[in-house]
Design a protein around this ligand. Sequence first.
Ligand SMILES: [Zn+2]
Length: 127
Amino acid sequence: MHELAICQSLLDQARQIVDAHDANGIERIIVQIGPLSGVEAPLLAQAFSIARSAAGFPNAELEIETSPIQVRCQQCGTTSAARVNALLCGSCQSWKVDLISGDEMILKSLILTEQPASLSGPLTRAG
Ligand SMILES: [Zn+2]
């Protein structure tokens, strides 16, 4: 599944951030997905619920934000919003437009689980 690979990559990035901040875990991962990215939000959410345990973040939640499609016209230079099935200039209706946003998939932010001070240090020792 395409979305599962994306989740594993997201969780890899998250793991590096958690380690860099010496955090306990992740409370929430917020991603931004453009409608033209080819990523299906419901499939991504489903894949995340599978991948998070394997990555060691069983309680992490995924929040998906959709970014707007924006194009810049090559004819008149106008930047306007466009629809998935109508990538046209909002001003002159030209189809000669450059995509500015709408095809991205970004790890937007990460809410880390704070490690409670009272629980720091090894609480139990094996052996
Ligand atoms: Zn135009």
